[in-house]
Design a protein around this ligand. Structure first.
Ligand code: UDP
Length: 326
């Protein structure tokens, strides 16, 4: 089976590719423009094409070079909420125009299945937690808007052209592969776990806790952190699901367990054996109190079961971070 992975040099995409290479049944092709990905994350022997999804002609040429693709797993996107608020044009162009170009090229080239990286942030401030797929969608930032728009595009492309899709709504992707080869590094880094570990390493003076007046037990925000390998596994299960002739669908991917910012910091202190400073500061705009997945649908329909908890997430991320030079 031929799988095209867009954004395969990025954080989540490269872990998925790593996962796929352990299985001989798949021929992998990566499209990535390396604007935020890292070529060093692409394993030897995997086909790679530097292509920007916004460039329709380059994309069409890439599809002529790599033919008979069975499934596209589409990770390539910008994913910083704050940046999307400051520069929505960048997000609509990259995440929406790029994805529409890709989905159109997929249809034109006879691709049957499409797996899409979506996000729990399109639930906005959810009414009910744990959040199931029945929760209404009401994005509160341009990033989440772009993801919802593409979910809708894919639904219409299924109705009109019969391209089946699975939209996977990720909660907080975190952790690194257990061999410590690839991990999470963004520039600038907005995410809690990498920032906490960089603080433990002395690369930052302290970790700022964005608000301790939330409606949670210790006052800090609660999130559902999911190990990158569990996410990768869910994508494979989504591909199998589509291959078995099932209908397009949407699944939440989270562990169902929530941890507060303070709990993350305490866990990191225990795992690293390093004490470091933290400071409570103002809330960050747009952070809901609690985001935890109801993952029963993915468990029952995809047969997916997340294996890793917070300890494995922080430990694997730590093993990677402590070997980074930057
Ligand atoms: N957070 C924090 N300090 C930081 C970075 C993040 O307190 O330096 C909080 C943030 O407000 C949120 C949680 O940690 O409640 C997870 O944030 P992250 O950016 O990792 O993921 P998000 O939930 O925004 O996707």
């Amino acid at each position: 089976m031929k799988i095209l992975v867009t954004g395969g040099a990025g954080y989540i995409g490269s872990h998925f590719v790593d996962f796929l290479t352990k299985n001989d049944n798949y021929e992998i092709i990566i499209f990535d423009n390396l604007s935020r990905g890292n070529l060093a994350s692409v394993p030897d022997g995997v086909a790679f094409k530097n292509v920007d999804l916004r460039n329709k002609r380059a994309l069409e040429e890439a599809f002529q070079e790599f033919t008979d693709i069975d499934v596209i797993v589409h990770f390539a996107a910008f994913a910083y909420v704050g940046e999307s608020v400051e520069n929505p044009a960048l997000y609509y162009e990259n995440n929406v125009t790029g994805s529409i170009n890709l989905a159109s090229a997929a249809v034109n080239n006879g691709v049957k299945y499409f797996v899409f990286s979506s996000t729990c942030s399109l639930y906005g401030n959810p009414v009910k937690v744990p959040i199931s797929e029945d929760e209404s969608v009401k994005p509160i930032n341009p990033y989440a808007q772009t993801k919802l728009m593409i979910e809708n595009v894919l639904r219409d492309f299924d109705s009109a052209y019969g391209m089946k899709n699975v939209c996977l709504r990720y909660f907080n992707a975190a952790g690194a592969d257990f061999e410590g080869r690839i991990g999470e590094s963004h520039d600038p880094e907005p995410h809690l776990i990498p920032l906490v570990l960089q603080t433990a390493l002395g690369k930052r003076e302290k970790i700022f806790i964005f608000g301790d007046d939330y409606n949670t037990e210790d006052g800090t925000c609660i999130r559902d952190y999911i190990h990158i390998n569990d996410l990768a596994d869910a994508h494979l299960k989504a591909i199998e699901y589509l291959k078995n002739g099932n209908n397009s669908d949407i699944f939440n991917l989270g562990t169902g367990e929530g941890y507060s910012v303070k709990q993350i910091i305490d866990t990191a202190k225990k795992i690293t054996g390093i004490d470091f400073r933290s400071e409570i500061v103002e809330r960050r705009a747009g952070d809901p109190d609690i985001l935890v997945a109801d993952n029963l649908k993915a468990k029952s329909i995809l047969g997916w079961n997340p294996k890793y908890g917070l300890k494995e997430i922080v430990l694997s991320a730590w093993n990677w971070h402590k070997n980074q030079k930057f």
